[in-house]
Design a protein around this ligand. Sequence first.
Ligand code: ATP
Length: 405
Amino acid sequence: MFDYPPVLLKPAVFHRYQKKAAKLTQEFNACANEVAQESLSMMRTVRAFGTEHKELGRQYFLSIICSYVIAVLLGGMSILTGHVSSEQLLTYVLYCEWLIYATWRVVDNLSSLLRSIGASEKVFQSMDLLPSNQFLSKGKQCLVISWTGGVKLQRLMGHIQFVNVSFHYPSRATVPVLDHACLTVEANEVVAIVGLSGSGKSTFVNLLLRLYEPISGQILIDGFPLKELDIRWLREKIGFVGQEPHLFHMDIKSNVMYGCPRDLKQEDVEWAAKQAYAHEFILSLPHGYETLVDDDLLSGGQKQRIAIARAILRDPAILILDEATSALDSESEHYVRGVLHSLRNDNETKRTIIIIAHRLSTIKDVDRIVVIDGGQIVEIGNHRELLHKNGLYARLVKAQTESWD
Ligand SMILES: Nc1ncnc2c1ncn2[C@@H]1O[C@H](COP(=O)(O)OP(=O)(O)OP(=O)(O)O)[C@@H](O)[C@H]1O
């Protein structure tokens, strides 16, 4: 803090202001933190659903409107004070529009150009192949090399492998988060990842969504290195419900349809909402599916169920629920267990599911439970096997059961 300036203020007054300043700084920091968390959650949703382009378009539209409003306000004041004529203001606004549009096109084309340069190596490789080789055959899979150079599989089965994966976050290079982690998840298997807070559970998901690259080791999807797959295509095949699902300021229907690449009808949206046990409460809202989502409209559990409906609607080969049940009340948790159960047992909707849950009661019935401690996998097995082993999982279950009693 500042030193006491003897001439300007009395000590008591100075200390009162000093305290106020400290309090204001604290409040500002808390507010900035909240905004940062919210933006992070939104960015994660946008990246996981591959809708960066659409969001950029919306921001572009917003910035044009803002600049019009500012130009008209300032220009109007200048006309009133006689600094400019109305013709000059009109010309200025038209030039501004032209300039913003031209800048946007340049930036947009530049980013496409940079992406193309990055991908050109693989494009040239694929140009060297004979036409029939561009549909490579590996095992029973048929591959297509997309224009960005990434590989698209004909069908994603949902087999996941982490081979000796080590990782630390770029901002904390000295703190290892995953240490030579090895894990295989079979196609259509339901696997839960559990562990103490900060043990590295969400990091597995971040790496699987390719939000970060491993420092060493490899992640394979259906036997193909993750970094060789077309990431946009892959994210379309992965349904993701994050810790704090982000809902956009638009109606419920658009929120459920968000990022879904195929054409959808109202029946499809309702089907997904029913699967996620969200249909009933949506109908009870003032305008049903057309109700606009704002901050106070929905509880944490209701937001989760809309996010689950959004994920199910994409019919993903891999469904990731990151602590999807942590914000749910017991009743909603019961519904989500029902969703998991039906997705798992219905041959039509079977898929690989990875669930990270703090409430261990939710994941009792999954095929396998992976226990992580300090970035290392310390136990793998089903609920009964792990209880019998009497290790970390058994201790976590015991601690939770005691706290529920
Ligand atoms: N973006 C980030 N930058 C730097 N460090 C991070 C970041 N995200 C997580 N960490 C750190 O990495 C470690 C593992 O975090 P992770 O979120 O994977 O744990 P977790 O088991 O999912 O925790 P929780 O159950 O509390 O969500 C923690 O020490 C955490 O502080």
